[in-house]
Design a protein around this ligand. Structure first.
Ligand code: ATP
Length: 240
């Protein structure tokens, strides 16, 4: 994989009580790349993102951001270090306006000019959010809330953006819009770790992919190669 690694996970182990959910996950995401995690329900994709963002504590292993260990830091410190997450299920603030929701993503920043510039960038990326900037978040459609969750994550000006199922439950046209936005972010040189149930779309977008099964990486490689892999096609692309 080319480029400097932004994020490196080594031998990550996570338990939920007695459930060993991640059994030694190692992966890396290079600068400017989209890397995707694919796998069946329960494979450990969301848990991997939750461990990176400090929402669950790994019992063993290492998570390095630009070479610095972040495992063990509190979630808000991890955001400050440059990791942003748009969680599955669009956890936005329903009673705040779209603009206020976006500004929540920048709560720890003191560079007002930078925040304003990022707000403009998010509005350019998602013109619907600009149109609806004074509307309360709870009145947005599911797809628009998903865009808001991605926009809010971008407002922290992250080194790496972690996205958990950004197209989940969306109508095809909105799904396309979300994927187009991810392409645009990629074009801007953003670094993205993407968990996506639509493996076909994820492999098309990403440069590199990891396949997870029951808490382990069972296959990895350039996304274009995995899309041609017989096992991947059968298990995750619904072919053969
Ligand atoms: P999905 O696509 O269904 O979201 P996933 O690959 O993201 O699946 P995870 O949500 O990371 O999988 O789950 C990994 C394993 O950990 C599963 O066996 C799941 O049941 C278990 N698990 C996840 N969250 C918890 C929790 N809060 N408490 C107990 N077990 C959990």
């Amino acid at each position: 994989m080319s480029g400097l690694p932004v994020l490196v996970l080594e031998d990550l182990n996570v338990f939920y009580g007695g459930i060993h959910a991640l059994k030694g996950i190692s992966l890396r995401v290079a600068q400017g790349q989209i890397v995707t995690l694919i796998g069946a329900n329960g494979a450990g994709k969301s848990t991997t993102l939750r461990a990176i963002t400090g929402l669950v504590r790994a019992r063993k292993g290492s998570i390095r951001l630009d070479g610095r260990e972040i495992l063990g830091l509190k979630a808000h410190r991890i955001v400050q270090q440059g990791v942003a997450m748009a969680p599955e299920g669009r956890r936005i603030f329903p009673n705040l306006s779209v603009r206020e929701n976006l500004m929540m993503g920048a709560y720890h920043r003191s560079d007002a000019d930078g925040v304003q510039a990022d707000l403009e960038r998010v509005y350019q990326l998602f013109p619907r959010l600009h149109e609806r900037r004074d509307q309360s978040g709870g009145t947005l459609s599911g797809g628009e809330q998903q865009m808001l969750a991605v926009g809010r994550a971008l407002m922290s000006h992250p080194r790496i953006l972690c996205l958990d199922e950004p197209s989940l439950g969306l109508a095809p046209s909105l799904r396309q819009e979300v994927f187009r936005a991810l392409e645009a972010l990629h074009g801007q040189g953003r670094t993205i770790l993407l968990v996506e149930q639509n493996a076909r779309a994820a492999l098309r977008l990403a440069e590199y992919a990891y396949v997870l099964e029951t808490g382990r990486v069972v296959l990895e490689g350039p996304a274009a190669e995995l899309a041609e892999n017989e096992q991947v096609r059968r298990a995750y692309l619904g072919e053969g």
